[in-house]
Design a protein around this ligand. Structure first.
Ligand SMILES: Cc1cc2nc3c(=O)[nH]c(=O)nc-3n(C[C@H](O)[C@H](O)[C@H](O)COP(=O)(O)O)c2cc1C
Ligand code: SF4
Ligand code: SF4
Length: 254
């Protein structure tokens, strides 16, 4: 099973590629998010893995994914073969250590924790923007080359090293990431402009159902994973995050 979470499609593409190469089913982690959601409980086939594929958020694991991994139950295998693939725009800090600690709490380990660099979708903080078209294409081409190698390593259980830690991991993962989880899981800075055509795509694609169309315009409930699916997928660029995104680019994986 390949458990995935994705805002703008990078991790979904990785998850779908891995799922088809290993012939193992996809499980959307967002379907198990929230107080009323069912406990994720699964039985594994004899050679089946538990794979996790998701984006790096603020040099750490998105809280939705943390919650999923904590609650996940595999009823017929106490020590499944686990692999983890992060997608990142640039670097992952100590997310590998965070994931290993999280797995250890379940009595699980993983010999395969990898990162794949993909186009950046983080635009809601000053100084961060999408990549140039050339860099976007370069990253996608590099990812297409490396992903089969990672899949082969997982299939044959031959671990390889493929991880972008980057600079100052302690500050980014141990100091900034907790602040991100504490203060940023909110939709309060989103707004919609007159460019909205009431197409409903933002609401349809929000992985946790936070957006509702009221009188044809999106309104946001409080809860938000900051996946940025809504702002990037809007076909008329009608969604902004405060003022900071007015001059920023938009990106979805195609
Ligand atoms: C809230 C948020 C925080 C992010 N933080 C990081 C980061 O710390 N390091 C990084 O390399 N990329 C970061 N990114 C970029 C994404 O990890 C990257 O673009 C990823 O491939 C997006 O995957 P998706 O299309 O499946 O959502 C961040 C993106 C978001 C939305
Ligand atoms: S995706 Fe954009 S145009 Fe469509 S309803 Fe949402 S804000 Fe309006
Ligand atoms: S409101 Fe937007 S950023 Fe928040 S979870 Fe929904 S799609 Fe993602």
């Amino acid at each position: 099973m390949i458990c995935y979470f994705s805002g703008t499609g990078n991790s979904k593409w990785v998850a779908e590629t891995v799922s088809s190469a290993l012939a193992e089913p996809l499980v959307p982690m967002a379907a198990y998010y929230g107080a009323d959601a069912p406990q994720p409980t699964f039985e594994l086939g004899a050679t089946e893995h538990v794979g996790f594929v998701f984006p790096i958020h603020s040099w750490g694991i998105p809280p939705l994914v943390v919650q999923f991994i904590e609650r996940l139950q595999i009823v017929n295998n106490p020590h499944p073969a686990v692999f983890v693939i992060f997608t990142c725009g640039d670097e992952c800090g100590y997310t590998d250590r965070q994931v290993n600690d999280l797995l250890a709490q379940k009595g699980w380990t993983s010999r395969h924790v990898y990162s794949v660099q993909m186009p950046n979708n983080y635009i809601v903080f000053p100084g961060f923007d999408v990549d140039s078209k050339a860099l976007e294409e370069q990253k996608k081409a590099d990812a297409k080359r490396v992903l089969p190698e990672l899949i082969e390593a997982i299939k044959t259980d031959t671990p390889m090293t493929h991880y972008r830690r980057g600079s100052l991991p302690y500050i980014k993962s141990r100091m900034i990431y907790p602040q991100f989880c504490k203060h940023m899981m909110s939709s309060k800075s989103f707004s919609v402009t007159d460019a909205c055509t009431s197409c409903g795509l933002c609401a349809k694609l929000c992985p946790i159902g936070t957006i509702e169309l009221v009188n044809g315009k999106p309104t946001w409930k409080e809860d938000c994973t900051q996946c940025l699916s809504c702002i990037h997928h809007c076909p008329t660029r009608a969604i902004e995050y405060g003022k900071v995104t007015q001059k920023k680019g938009r990106y979805v994986y195609k």
